[in-house]
Design a protein around this ligand. Structure first.
Ligand SMILES: [Zn+2]
Length: 225
């Protein structure tokens, strides 16, 4: 008698398990139910890159400074600079400018000028470097390709984030270095912004061959507003 009871119990348990499985797999899903695997799959399908137009992607790049477009008055992307012909005097550099220079307005000479991150991505370098004073590099994606963004002539101690920290577009990265000081390596107070293709760090401000400019992207195609 006890044997039959155990067999009956096992059969009931098996039926119970089968019924439970069927009920789970046919359970209706509420729209936006984040806890159900199916609805998570649907959500990610909605935000898949294929559905985002290039214009929408570009819109996520922020200007590094306010009134950015008005500030590009001296060295734009790709300009060939020599000590004799440079719009900045005196000049010590020669070559094709790999980035865009954003000038300060006269009233900003002795005030704090904050610089914003132009994209979402990690801070991968901050140091003092020849030609820049303080320089920061951020890794980002642009049109689904990896790029590194160089922010030159910053006050190094104003960069609060550490290497590896994430920055969102529009977050304050730091401040412009003081004019003609070690913070700018003796340069005028301004921002040098360049976007280098790929994930390798390259902070060169000038290249000697025009063809080498193809390794950089004109920041004003994306971040001058
Ligand atoms: Zn520059």
């Amino acid at each position: 008698m006890k044997k039959y009871f155990i067999i009956l119990l096992v059969i009931i348990i098996i039926f119970g398990l089968v019924f439970w499985r069927v009920k789970i797999s046919t359970a209706p899903t509420l729209p936006g139910d984040q806890t159900h695997p199916l609805s998570v799959t649907n959500d990610s399908a909605v935000s898949a890159p294929a559905t985002v137009s290039p214009a929408q992607k570009n819109a996520v790049l922020k200007a590094p400074l306010d009134r950015a477009k008005e500030r590009v008055t001296k060295k734009y992307f790709g300009i060939f600079i020599t000590p004799a012909s440079s719009p900045v005097q005196p000049e010590r550099f020669r070559g094709y400018h790999t980035g865009t220079d954003f000038e300060i307005f006269p009233e900003e000479l002795n005030t704090v000028v904050p610089v914003q991150a132009i994209c979402d991505g990690k801070l991968i370098l901050k140091k003092s470097a020849s030609g820049y004073g303080g320089v920061a590099v951020q890794s980002c994606n642009l049109d689904n390709q990896p790029v590194t963004v160089v922010y030159g002539h910053l006050k190094l101690t104003s960069i609060a984030k550490s290497i590896g920290d994430n920055l969102s577009a529009g977050d304050t990265l730091g401040q412009l270095g003081a004019a003609y000081s070690p913070e700018t390596d003796g340069e005028r107070k301004h921002l040098h912004l360049s976007i280098h293709k790929g994930s390798a760090i390259n902070i060169l401000g000038y290249v000697q061959n025009k063809s080498a400019l193809s390794d950089w992207v004109d920041p004003c195609q994306y971040a001058c507003k």
